[in-house]
Design a protein around this ligand. Structure first.
Ligand code: ADP
Ligand code: MG
Length: 270
């Protein structure tokens, strides 16, 4: 459990591998948490901008985007937009983020720019969810520098744990340097197919590696989940009774319990 002060709990969705469900999960959980009354800010730190479009958001007009925030040209409130989902705000990504490493790569304190920006957050959020790019570069380091906790999605496929030691090394490095309080909040399986031995094997491996850190909820592989982004909707809004939406709702409840304690009012029941 993360001690809750007046500030939001910041969570980075991280895994150096691409295509494992980071974006789908941050978007889906942002929706589910907002849906039960939490105030949520979703930050899209991937220059591919999929979390931005996944909640029906669009890039900000020129002159005020997250890239400028990193460069220190704009204030945090200038880059926050609301979404059509009640309780969910967004900091959209920017294609310019690809060149950020070059711009700020040599600056002192470069890993803590996002944390410094978020400290000035003047609105009341319960959660800040950060969708990381598939790399361990400066953007991910900034997410880990600003986060209280990391959530790790694992794709229930061959080589799911490949690259995990690199991620653990990155997390250890961050804990040992610029964010000693960073915790791993939990790990869960995405694109799980209960009919295959492979999914079950991966689950066993993940459990023996991560132990108690594993969430019980698993996200099933589902066409509906993969369709939802093309409608600019999180799965919970696109098809609230689909297996994917039900699974993300349960995961949101588990996450809420880990963050705020078991006395937390049930997320599923509102
Ligand atoms: P990442 O952000 O880690 O790169 P994404 O969330 O973008 O991963 O997911 C990669 C691809 O897999 C996307 O096309 C997404 O729609 C699809 N996907 C994610 N979760 C599921 C799921 N549970 N069932 C089916 N497809 C999924
Ligand atoms: Mg992504």
């Amino acid at each position: 459990m993360i001690p809750k002060g007046p500030m939001a709990i910041n969570i980075a969705f991280s895994n150096q591998k691409g295509g494992v469900g980071k974006t789908t999960s941050s978007v889906s959980l942002a929706y589910e948490l907002a849906h039960v009354g939490k105030k949520v800010l979703l930050i899209d730190l991937d220059p591919q901008c999929s979390a931005t479009s996944g909640v029906g958001g669009s890039l900000l007009p020129e002159g005020a985007d997250i890239y400028d925030l990193f460069l220190g040209n704009v204030s945090l409130s200038q880059v926050i937009t609301n979404t059509s989902i009640e309780g969910l705000d967004l900091i959209p990504s920017s294609k310019d983020l690809v060149s950020l490493e070059i711009e700020i790569g040599k600056r002192a304190g470069r890993e803590l720019i996002l944390k410094t920006g978020l400290a000035l957050l003047d609105r009341d959020y319960d959660y800040v969810l950060i969708d990381c790019p598939p790399s361990s570069g400066l953007l991910t380091l900034n997410a880990l520098g600003a986060a209280h906790g990391v959530v790790i999605p694992l794709q229930a496929e061959y080589y799911a744990l490949e690259g995990i030691s690199a991620l653990m090394n990155t997390i250890n490095f961050v804990q040992g340097t610029f964010n000693p309080d960073l915790k791993i909040l939990g790990v869960f399986l995405t694109m799980y197919d209960a009919r295959t031995n492979l999914s079950m094997q991966v689950e066993q491996e993940a459990k023996s590696f991560f132990g108690q850190l594993m969430f019980t909820s698993r996200i099933p592989r589902s066409i509906k989940v993969s369709e939802a982004p093309s409608h600019g909707l999180p799965i919970g809004a696109y098809d609230p009774v689909s297996s994917g939406a039900v699974a993300y709702r349960a995961l949101a409840q588990e996450l809420n319990e880990r963050c705020y304690g078991a006395s937390q009012q049930s997320v599923a029941n509102g």
